[in-house]
Ligand binder design. Structure first.
Ligand SMILES: NC(=O)c1ccc[n+]([C@@H]2O[C@H](COP(=O)([O-])OP(=O)(O)OC[C@H]3O[C@@H](n4cnc5c(N)ncnc54)[C@H](OP(=O)(O)O)[C@@H]3O)[C@@H](O)[C@H]2O)c1
Length: 175
């Protein structure tokens, strides 16, 4: 079975998003280089894989992330799996998605939980993430943030730290 990894970005206080759904560092001029680097890092890590998101995160996307299988967890989607016209794949639970992608035909394919906060919270408290966790931490505070990254569950250790720019670093965790 493929491991489920997680990837997120946050501010110093766990700031995760603003009320309009945008990322807190998006329109901060002095963080623009770091924000760009983070997008590149996200793309490099997830490229070719399966990206799983909650329904609210899906609503912030105009189109699916290219060259990745885009999965949306939406309790109201009805069936076991449904695909919309934009090629987002809907599942009614995270467990049903994980079951589906446990099939041999997806073996070896990287799988990432990409948010949002609610889906991270659920998967952490149910021990569903069992691969690596990639966290970009912006060395800044964002007082306008309305959503916050949940704390990582116990037992996760830092295995790598790398600079993402002048104002941020990427921390990789493993159990
Ligand atoms: N900083 C970052 O790294 C990052 C990453 C991703 C997203 N974001 C931001 O996060 C925000 C969205 O996050 P969010 O926490 O509001 O929502 P979310 O986690 O993206 O989606 C939550 C929704 O997913 C559905 N869901 C189905 N099964 C669930 C389960 N087991 N646990 C939780 N949700 C489940 C529910 O909708 P139904 O009732 O339809 O089932 C729930 O309301 C956006 O503003 C986005 O920009 C930030």
């Amino acid at each position: 079975m493929n491991h489920l990894n997680a990837i997120f970005a946050r501010g110093l206080n766990g700031e995760f998003s603003l009320s309009d759904g945008s990322l807190p560092w998006k329109n901060v001029p002095e963080l623009s280089e770091d924000a760009k680097n983070d997008m590149t890092h996200f793309k490099n890590v997830t490229m070719g894989g399966i990206v799983i998101m909650g329904f609210n995160t899906y609503r912030t996307f105009k189109k699916p992330l290219p060259e990745r299988i885009n999965v949306v967890i939406d309790r109201n989607c009805g069936g076991e799996i449904a695909v919309d016209e934009k090629q987002f794949n809907f599942f009614k639970s995270l467990e049903s998605a994980l079951n589906y992608f446990a099939d041999e035909k997806f073996s070896g394919q990287k799988m990432f939980l990409i948010g949002g906060a609610k889906l991270f919270e659920y998967s952490f408290s149910n021990n569903l993430v069992d691969g690596k966790i990639y966290g970009t931490v912006f060395n800044a505070r964002f007082p306008d943030a309305t959503a916050f990254m949940p704390g990582l569950p116990e037992g996760w250790k830092i295995i790598a730290r790398q600079k993402n720019g002048e104002h941020s670093e990427i921390i990789t965790y493993e159990k």
